[in-house]
Design a protein around this ligand. Structure first.
Ligand SMILES: [Fe+2]
Length: 163
């Protein structure tokens, strides 16, 4: 039994880019996420998002803020005229609607990996702004459990990222 000392909390200190490909959880064609922190108290989460060319993160709105930092590659939002490149910091204000793509306009990149800290939820919307789906820390958690079970890591593998 580990006796917890006062002020010593179970932190997370891990290699963010995994050696094991199975750690990447598929979420759409050519789109994966790698969980780093799934905060079930605040409803927020941190992950790496990996998108390969022709992958699209469908149009969505964030009710709360998001910050990101590009680790590899380049990408853009169809709704904006800037390109996020390696080293770019991104702040997405609440109410922002966008569609993330890796394509020719984004430096002809074939892949991007970006760290995102997402608060609240991602609400997927169609061209009229009508909701078509949503993701929150609990749907992410379930996606991880299902994927890790399927690839042999075991559903419990994700628990190390949960707070
Ligand atoms: Fe977003």
């Amino acid at each position: 039994m580990i006796i917890q000392q006062p002020g010593i909390q179970p932190e997370i200190a891990i290699q963010a880019l995994p050696d094991d490909e199975r750690v990447w959880v598929p979420q759409a064609e050519n789109v994966w996420f790698r969980p780093l922190l799934l905060n079930t108290v605040t409803g927020s989460w941190c992950n790496l998002l990996r998108v390969r060319k022709s992958g699209v993160l469908s149009r969505h709105i964030h009710p709360s803020w998001v910050v990101g930092y590009v680790i590899e590659g380049a990408w853009r939002y169809l709704e904006h005229d800037w390109v996020a490149r390696k080293g770019t910091f991104v702040y997405e204000p609440p109410g922002e609607i966008h569609t993330l793509v890796v394509d020719e306009t984004a430096d002809h990149a074939t892949e991007m990996i970006t760290f995102f800290n997402i608060s609240g939820a991602m609400v997927y919307v169609d061209e009229h702004g009508r909701q078509t789906g949503y993701e929150d820390v609990f749907t992410k958690l379930q996606m991880c459990r299902t994927h890790y079970e399927r690839v042999g890591l075991g559903a419990g593998y994700v628990e190390q990222f949960v707070r």
